[in-house]
Design a protein around this ligand. Structure first.
Ligand SMILES: *Cc1c(COP(=O)(O)O)cnc(C)c1O
Length: 390
């Protein structure tokens, strides 16, 4: 087998942890029942497994099990939250507020609603990627029905002040949704303390399987109404029809259980690895750290290098490491990412950016190899740019 590049793209996805896979396997074959089958043991076993994950996820975010709606991932959860609220509350108001640095799975449903006649405000962020709470408050109108602000950014790792946002929204009786796809298992999340009404989750960013996620939907103080976006057998209390994918749900639960148990030690280890990488890279001339220096996911490092072409840089790094520039979902294009553009960087700076997503299976030796390759690639590109006088 050829040597594969070092995987440092954990914001795009993560490998399934072996312990997660082991928990899932019996639910493909032995315990294959439909959790909705109430008349035999096959159904009961599957239902018991689903119930266990539902309880675990609820406990992880301080919710109740009835408030967890399983979906195919965070994209679907975001669509259900945003379009579901828009459809259920349009008679109350038709104004929705979100932020320029959100994932496309939030921005695109908002753009779609705009095409239907909804009024959408897209708030800017400060240079460090964090939203300005006074601007948020100023954007409120009697028509505002929903505020959607992500917990942790998928490109620059920046953490938004959820509790402050929740407080402001609750005061004005506006529903608060957060896309926590990058946050679950990595930072503390508490829907009561943070006054969150809707929260999107996914398994595959925390060493769980792809194709499974959930939406937390607040049931009391206040009860949030949602118009279902997928109709059928009335699963998930009518909010999301479709036979539950038991093996994926079991894997989701196991992944979150492991992440929570190891969160403190792992965050410490990742902080050290990120610091190790940044200490080496920060010696390069023209290097910038994108996003807030400390209010960010510990495994995230996002850099821009002045005067270096982003595509050439990635090409030089590719044999040694799997990283991405901009967001993975649109990395086929060379346009600067909408997130870096929102930070107010000049275009060229936005071009030469690299996102490092350090994760559970990375080692200090790997970080050293990566740092060395980045330094030599950047230096040779800077050297050739200087020679050609550009
Ligand atoms: C990955 C990601 C999504 C999409 O999640 P899927 O489960 O892949 O649909 C949405 N939002 C953020 C912030 C993400 O990082």
């Amino acid at each position: 087998m050829s040597i594969r590049p070092i995987y440092l793209d954990c914001h795009a996805t993560t490998p399934v942890d072996e312990r997660v896979l082991a928990a899932m396997i019996p639910y493909f074959t032995e315990h294959f029942g439909n959790p909705s089958s109430i008349s035999h043991v096959y159904g009961w076993e599957a239902e018991a497994a689903v119930k266990q994950t539902r309880e675990l996820l609820a406990a992880a975010i301080n919710a109740t099990p009835e408030e967890i709606v399983f979906t195919s991932g965070a994209t679907e959860a975001n669509n259900l939250a945003i379009k579901g609220v828009a459809e259920a509350y349009f008679q109350k108001g038709q104004h929705i507020i979100t932020v320029a640095t959100e994932h496309s799975a939030v921005l695109d449903p908002c753009h779609y609603l705009k095409s239907l006649g909804f009024d959408i405000t897209i708030l800017p962020v400060k240079k460090d990627g964090i939203i300005d709470l006074t601007k948020l408050k100023k954007a409120f109108s009697p028509e505002t029905i929903l505020v959607s602000v992500m917990a942790a950014n998928n490109e620059i790792g920046v953490l938004q002040p959820l509790a402050e946002i929740g407080e402001i929204c609750r005061e004005s009786k506006i529903i608060f949704h957060t896309d926590a796809a990058q946050a679950i298992g990595k930072i503390p999340l508490d829907v009561q303390a943070m006054k969150i009404d809707l929260m999107s989750l996914t398994a595959h960013k925390v060493y769980g399987p792809k194709g499974i996620g959930a939406l937390y939907v607040r049931r009391r103080n206040p009860r949030v109404q949602l118009a279902p976006q997928q109709h059928g057998g009335g699963h998930e209390r009518g909010m999301r029809s479709g036979t539950l994918y038991t093996p994926q749900i079991v894997g989701f639960g196991k992944a979150v259980e492991i992440a929570l148990a190891e969160q403190e030690a792992e965050n410490q280890r990742l902080t050290e690895l990120r610091q190790r990488l940044w200490e080496k890279l920060s010696q390069l001339s023209g290097i910038h750290l994108n996003g807030h220096p400390t209010q960010r996911l510990v495994g995230n490092l996002n850099i821009s290098v002045e005067g270096v072409d982003g595509a050439a840089l990635l090409l030089g790094l590719q044999p040694v490491m799997a990283v991405s520039s901009g967001s993975a979902c649109s990395s086929a294009t060379t346009a600067p990412s909408h997130v870096l553009t929102a930070l107010g960087h000049p275009e060229q700076l936005a071009y030469a950016s690299v996102r490092f997503g350090i994760g559970r299976f990375n080692t200090a030796e790997e970080i050293d190899t990566v740092a060395q390759q980045v330094i030599s690639t950047v230096q040779s590109l800077q050297h050739s740019t200087a020679k050609s006088g550009k």
